[in-house]
Ligand binder design. Structure first.
Ligand code: X2X
Length: 336
């Protein structure tokens, strides 16, 4: 029996045209998915999602192979969002604020000075506020995994002068990601914001198209922005996270058990990655100072007051609507 089937098999495969053999080598994954993100390979987002992809491959015996494309290799964030929607890319991590160009409420966590600390961030994003955003994402043909990855609290950097008070932002040429909330917030400060995708930020700073930018420490370090900036103001002006997004059809194409593995492993890596960022928040101050960035501690209350007197909170409460705003305030207290 064994002998016969082996002989039959050999005869059959010898008769197969070479082309057919090449098209489906024995080790090919049934589901070869692309996952894109915008950070450098040294950033915890890359390191932890790469680990998740390896665990998925192992746990699915190679059926699901997710290739990680770092550093906006497949296109800028704006481009990649289109590719995710069309299915050219199956998975993508994106800031909720940029996603808000498609899903407006996804920007809500970026309201200036909303989250006092991580003790408020994760219960909200893993809880009701996150659920509200995920439900809206689902209406747009995308699927958001349960656990967000951390980007972090954002700090302002500059080349020509330190930003110490809200007045220092008046007329300041600052790069912001492509998102109405970011533009609105820096306009409220009286700055002059320009929307630029992260893939272009280093060169925009280098060629002085803008004087400054704002990002968490882990991005400033892994993106080597300290090479083209001199000052860093610890403003903590907003908390920003990365939604792990997938094309809904691509997720639904996976057998249920494999899909559960993908979700489990990428959610698990998100928890690990949050821990990495928490440690970096402390250690990177010394690292970046040693690399030449001059740190200034600022009074966040003064920056918040500037936003308030510009009508920022009233404006965005109206834009997000009463329900979403109440969900945010339930997590962080009154923003009035
Ligand atoms: O574009 C940015 O500044 C970054 C890397 O923080 C985001 O992905 C929002």
């Amino acid at each position: 029996m064994t002998l016969v089937s082996r002989r039959t098999l050999l005869a059959t495969s010898a008769a197969l045209p070479l082309v057919a053999l090449n098209r489906r080598p024995a080790h090919a994954a049934e589901f070869a998915y692309k996952y894109a993100h915008n950070t450098a390979v040294t950033h915890p987002l890359h390191l932890r999602t790469t680990e998740a992809a390896a665990r998925v491959k192992e746990a699915t015996s190679g059926r699901v192979e997710i290739t990680v494309f770092p550093s906006s290799q497949l296109g800028s964030d704006t481009d990649t969002l289109s590719q995710l929607r069309s299915g050219a890319v199956e998975m993508f991590t994106l800031s909720g604020l940029i996603l808000s160009t498609l899903v407006p409420v996804a920007a809500i966590n970026g309201i200036g000075f909303a989250f006092k600390d991580y003790g408020q961030v994760w219960p909200a994003m893993d809880g009701k506020l996150g659920a509200l955003v995920r439900a809206e994402i689902a209406k747009r043909g995308l699927y958001a995994f349960e656990k967000q990855y951390d980007n972090g609290y954002r700090q302002i950097t500059s080349a020509s002068k330190p930003i110490k008070t809200p007045d220092d932002l008046k007329g300041f040429k600052i790069r912001v990601p492509v998102s109405p909330l970011w533009t609105g917030m820096f306009t409220a400060f009286g700055a002059s914001p320009t929307s630029i995708n992260f893939s272009e930020v280093y060169s925009a700073l280098q060629t002085k198209i803008v004087d400054g930018q704002e990002n968490p420490l882990a991005i400033i370090e892994s993106g080597k922005l300290f090479e083209v900036q001199k000052y860093l103001s610890v403003t903590n002006h907003m908390w920003d996270g990365f939604w792990m997004l997938s094309n809904k059809k691509a997720m639904e194409a996976l057998p249920e058990a494999d899909r559960a593995i993908v979700e489990r492993e990428f959610n698990r890596s998100a928890i690990d990655q949050r821990q990495d960022i928490a440690s970096l928040n402390t250690s990177l101050k010394a690292t970046l100072a040693a690399k030449g960035l001059a740190f200034s501690d600022v009074d966040p209350a003064a920056f918040r007051a500037a936003l308030k007197s510009a009508g920022f909170y009233n404006e965005w409460r109206t834009k997000f609507g009463a329900e979403a705003w109440a969900t945010l305030e339930a997590a962080v207290g009154s923003l009035a």
